[in-house]
Design a protein around this ligand. Structure first.
Ligand SMILES: [Cu+2]
Length: 130
């Protein structure tokens, strides 16, 4: 008769371990901050490590709305909450706002980065995943 509660406790233990593992994937995320001004990304060259978790922080200190337009990168990455992306797959940041996106870096390679609104003014950058 004692076997049942023991089994239930063991099952609970497994559940707790699994939950903690999933949370750790994001709690250990490396913070990477990009400041958006009118009309530049600072920095404009970003480097990620494939398979690592990141908290991408996009701080818009400009007067205009800016976008983190990196379709190849954002499609290939694992995004924790896809609601962070606009209908066109960009991350839109209004003036004075900060967007935080948790992601797992995609396969190694070079990816384009632009602001869809200000690429004409040189608001472009690049992303390297090593
Ligand atoms: Cu812009």
């Amino acid at each position: 008769m004692k076997a049942v509660p023991c089994l239930a406790l063991a099952a609970l233990g497994v559940a707790v371990v699994v939950t903690a593992g999933a949370a750790d994937r994001w709690s250990g995320a490396t913070k990477l901050t990009v400041v958006m001004v009118d009309n530049r990304f600072e920095p404009d060259h970003l480097t990620f490590q494939h398979g690592k978790a990141y908290e991408l922080v996009l701080e818009n200190r400009g007067k205009d709305m800016h976008e983190f337009t990196a379709p190849g990168f954002l499609k290939a990455a694992t995004i924790r909450d896809k609601r962070a992306l606009s209908s066109t797959g960009d991350i839109v940041v209004q003036s004075g706002n900060t967007a935080r996106v948790f992601l797992i870096a995609p396969p190694k390679g070079h990816y384009d980065l632009t602001c869809a609104d200000h690429d004409w003014d040189g608001m472009v950058g690049s992303i390297a995943v090593n």
